[in-house]
Design a protein. Structure first.
Length: 445
């Protein structure tokens, strides 16, 4: 197995693979190191990770990975922060940013935090990390472009900005009336420092050397993770999430397939979504920050999501977090780029379309209610034979004749054939039967 690198806005996958043959994953979040460590890679490298909106990578899962004999490296961003915190336990930190955290010269998360775009745009950085501002100021002093006093003013101004708004354009606007910095901003385009990128490349070089030697740099005795209830809860959640997620997604799609017209319309929109993403990737298209913000404003207006708590509720109902919401915003910005038709492999895109259009939570709730009802009552009841099920569904439920070729109809819904269609209809029949019985009982009462 190859080493695994978690990265995003700091360095692109292509840049990583030019230094190290590795599997590149998105910025690390809680549970990701544990998931990867179960596969026993030769090493794990953490560069980027989520700080807010998504739970951050847990110290214990890094310790658990090292307990399994896996060397874990950290650098540049979240990796540097965690490496400084876990240095004495054997995590390997690399680079100037790690050294600054370790020495206590910097302490805040916002020193390395940046606003970035979604995965489809390669996690494009949309703001400037404070560590790069500081490194640029130091280089400017060495180049005699700044003196320490004006460098301090530059750093203080940048630090006063929220990390999402910390851009060179905003810093320049705040200091435009400061004549002592005019020369600096002229020098900046060719002189600025990518501190996080430099440290990330240093870590990858060190990992490449380590893997070629096939020897462990980590001489510290691995720290055994205490199996607390919280740890056991994380393990149970991760062990069960894949099966649960697949089952939930299939249940939502099955509910959609019961309405063939809605399925067809959603499938067609999903085709455009998929083709837009593929086309954007081929062309190297990028949604600008203003376009993403405009799309977010539009979506929130359309869905009555003016308050943040309403947004969080909506994300929870649609099985999303803030990172995946960003991805949906980007997809919406690109969806007009292309028009074509493509059918295979659209389930994931149909689910995305349902979430975006607002139908996911409704179908999910119905699927869950159906599963509960059938589990409680359906097992003891027999459904009609196949022909009667077809007649009930098409003539009674849909008000149309049974199609001449049920297999073709089934395939139009993304099913393998008639047998899957019959099974889908049988579950719907049992659910409706029990719902009808419940309503009659309520009337009699």
């Amino acid at each position: 197995m190859k080493p695994v690198i978690f990265a995003g806005p700091t360095i692109a996958a292509q840049g990583i693979r030019s230094i190290l043959d590795a599997d590149v994953l998105p910025p690390v979040a809680q549970g990701d190191v544990y998931r990867v460590a179960r596969q026993r890679p030769p090493a794990i490298g953490i560069i980027d990770g989520y700080f807010e909106g998504v739970p951050s990578v847990w110290h214990k899962e890094i310790l658990w990975a090292m307990e399994q004999g896996i060397s874990v490296f950290g650098s540049a961003s979240m990796g540097a922060l965690r490496a400084a915190e876990l240095h004495e336990f054997g995590m390997i930190g690399v680079g100037a940013i790690f050294e600054a955290y370790l020495a206590g010269e910097i302490a805040d998360d916002d020193e390395v935090a940046v606003l970035h775009g979604p995965a489809e745009l390669g996690f494009m950085a949309l703001s400037e990390p404070m560590v790069s501002v500081r490194a640029t100021a130091e280089r400017a002093i060495s180049a005699q472009v700044l003196v320490p006093e004006t460098a301090g003013l530059l750093n203080d101004t940048a630090k006063s900005l929220h990390y999402k708004n910390r851009t060179w354009e905003e810093i320049s606007a705040r200091l435009q009336h400061e004549p002592r910095l005019a020369g600096f901003f002229s020098w900046l385009p060719t002189g600025k420092v990518d501190a996080k990128g430099e440290d990330a490349r240093s870590m990858l070089d060190r990992m490449a050397t380590f893997l070629k030697r096939e020897a462990s740099i980590n001489e510290a005795q691995p720290h055994r993770v205490e199996r607390t209830l919280v740890w056991q809860g994380l393990v149970r959640r991760i062990e069960g999430e894949n099966e649960t997620g697949i089952a939930a997604s299939k249940a939502v799609l099955d509910e959609l397939r019961l309405d063939s017209e809605r399925y067809g319309a959603t499938r067609d929109r999903a085709m455009l979504r998929r083709l837009a993403i593929e086309d954007a990737t081929r062309r190297g298209a990028q949604a600008e920050r203003d376009a993403l913000r405009a799309m977010m404003d539009q979506h929130r207006r359309q869905n009555n999501l003016s308050r943040r708590d309403a947004v969080l509720d909506w994300l929870d109902e649609n099985d999303l977090d803030e990172a995946t919401y960003e991805a949906l915003l980007n997809e919406a910005a690109l969806i007009e780029d292309t028009r074509a038709a493509r059918s295979p492999g659209l389930d994931a895109h149909i689910l995305s379309e349902l979430r975006w259009s607002g139908g996911y939570s409704e179908l999910k709730a119905r699927a869950e209610a159906k599963a509960r009802t059938i589990a409680e009552n359906g097992g003891a009841q027999a459904s009609p034979d196949r022909l009667r099920l077809l007649v009930w569904f098409f003539e009674t439920r849909l008000g149309r004749s049974v199609p001449d070729d049920p297999d073709t109809f089934a395939r139009s819904l993304g099913l393998d054939g008639r047998d899957e269609l019959i099974a889908l209809i049988a579950r719907e029949f049992l659910y409706n039967l029990n719902e009808d019985d419940a309503q009659k009982a309520g009337t009699r009462g």
